[in-house]
Every structure is written in C-alpha cells, then in structure tokens.
Write a protein that binds this ligand. Structure first.
Ligand SMILES: [Zn+2]
Length: 305
C-alpha cells in the first residue's frame, strides 16, 4: 500500500524578515530615549532585567513564576535556613561567578564614558556593572562577591568562602543545580542539606552573611543618601529593567519626578513608576542601549554585539 499523496504545499506567504519589524521598533525606541537623554546628565536606575541577557534570571520579570527568596529574619534567626541558603549558594555561585556583562551593560558603561550617564544605581548584586567597566556604581542591594561577618565586620571574598565551603562539604559540590536564582541560590535535594556544614568567620568565628540586602531588610542609610545625592545632581533618570516593585528603587523615581526631572522607563512589562514616566519603552536592553549610544554619537558602539 502506497502512502497517500501528500497535500500540495500552500504557496508560501511572503513574511517580513523575522527581526525587521522589531528592529525598526527598537530603532524608534532608541531615538526616543536618545532624544530625552541628549543634553541631560542622567542617572541610571538598574534592575534585574538588565542581567537576564547574561543568564541571571529575574525574580519578577515577564513570564517567570514568582519565587520565594530567603528573608533577612529567616537568615538571622534560623540555623536551618542559613544552612539551606549556603548549601544552595555553593551550587549556584559558579554560574553567577561565570556570568559575563552583556551588550546592555557594555553600552551603559560607554554612555557613562560619554558623559550622558553620570552614575549607575543598581538593584543587582551580580557585579556585572563593574565587569562591564562602569565607574560610578552604587550597589543598592550589596554584592554577592562579598561576604560580611556579623560579629567583627570582616569582609571575605565570596570566591575564598566558596573554597572553604567546598572543603567542609566535599560531597555537595558535584550535585547539579536544578535552578539558579538572582541571589545565587539553587535548589538542592533536602537530604543533602541536613548534613551541610556552614563556614564561620575565619577571624572571629562569627556568623557570615552575603553582603547583600535580603528581602525584609533595609538598604543602609549611607547608600540611600548617596543615591539621593546622585539623583538630585542629575537632570534625568532612566530606569533599566526594573518593575520598581520594591521601595528601595521606586523612591528614586518619585524623587526625580518631584524635582521635575524627566523619567524614562525601559522594562518588559508594566512598572510601578509608569504614571511618573515621561517616556515608557518596552525593548530588550541588549539591543536598545547600543543603539541609544549610536543615536547620541552617530557612531556604532564597538564590541556591543
Ligand atoms: Zn568575624
């Protein structure tokens, strides 16, 4: 029995090149943002959306199930929660440590060298702004690259702690992570957690905490004051990849708007700051920001793609 004659293929309908539409839309967005930035010194307020293209996922971005991160209170008061955090962190850290700045980070650093952006206030804890060459960076929520002793205040590099944790827990390291979160936290099977050994401060034996602001904790006052001063000294605020859900970032949008500065918001999905925005853009930052640079300079940004 011979197979049935195949249906004739329908004539192909001409379709635009896959990216041509979105490319021209992104060009339009880039021109609009460049127009707002031209002749103004701007501060960039950055959220997780800038790092997703570097493989660091977003807690609240479009299409992601909400995930419950550890809270400050849990970390301080529960030895089991700390063991769980560090066990997951040992597994998740290499992926964070390996992450590279993307075209968006590099363009933002270039915009700073150009003088269009005076400073970066970031909610990200991945260190990618520094890796990209941004000079003036305020890390609102701290950095995963540092660990702080809650006893004596000593700072240890996260890399160094990784070696100590791996030595204390030789059987944990080979376990594959099932998911990585922005705080370097990964899911680990429960049985392994029970046996996990936490490392203490090498200087005083005190409790070690990643030098990041967990949910439920406050951004340190000096960091807030420094950020307000940067916003007050600028002429525009541009939000990059944040839904502005948490007050720690949203307050600077409020401040800029109160001072009459134009606020531009680039984010995939609505944000809490949208009613205050002079310009609202939905575009992938790795594609948009190099074009903003090009619009401002009439020069393509080298190394951007
Ligand atoms: Zn200590």
């Amino acid at each position: 029995m011979s197979p049935p004659e195949p249906e004739p293929e329908p004539e192909p309908v001409p379709v635009p090149e896959p990216d041509s539409d979105s490319d021209s839309v992104i060009d339009d967005h880039a021109r609009a943002l460049a127009t707002l930035l031209a002749g103004r010194r701007a501060v960039a307020l950055v959220g997780a959306g800038l790092s997703t293209e570097s493989g660091i996922p977003d807690y609240r971005g479009a299409g992601r199930a909400p995930r419950t991160p550890i809270t400050h209170r849990e970390f301080l008061h529960s030895a089991a929660a700390r063991a769980r955090y560090w066990a997951r962190s040992v597994i998740g850290w290499p992926a964070v440590a390996r992450a590279q700045p993307n075209a968006g980070h590099l363009a933002l650093a270039a915009l700073e060298r150009l003088g269009a952006v005076t400073a970066v206030i970031t909610q990200n804890v991945d260190g990618l702004h520094h890796a990209a060459g941004s000079a003036r960076v305020v890390e609102l929520h701290g950095s995963l690259w540092r660990v702080r002793c809650l006893g004596c205040g000593a700072i240890e590099r996260r890399d160094a702690l990784q070696a100590r944790l791996a030595a204390l827990n030789p059987t944990l390291a080979p376990v594959a992570a099932t998911s990585i979160a922005p705080d370097g936290d990964a899911d680990v099977e429960a049985a392994r957690l029970a046996a996990f050994r936490v490392a203490d401060c090498a200087a005083c034996g005190g409790l070690l905490k990643p030098d990041v602001v967990f949910f439920g904790d406050n951004v340190p006052r000096p960091i807030v004051d420094e950020s307000y001063a940067l916003v007050d000294g600028a002429e525009a605020l541009v939000v990059l990849g944040s839904s502005l859900t948490v007050w720690s970032g949203y307050r600077f949008v409020r401040r800029a708007a109160e001072r009459g500065q134009p606020v531009a918001i680039v984010n995939l999905g609505p944000t809490r700051g949208d009613p205050l925005a002079a310009l609202r853009v939905e575009a992938p930052l790795g594609a948009l920001l190099p074009r903003v640079y090009s619009c401002l300079t009439n020069t393509p940004l080298a190394d951007s793609r």
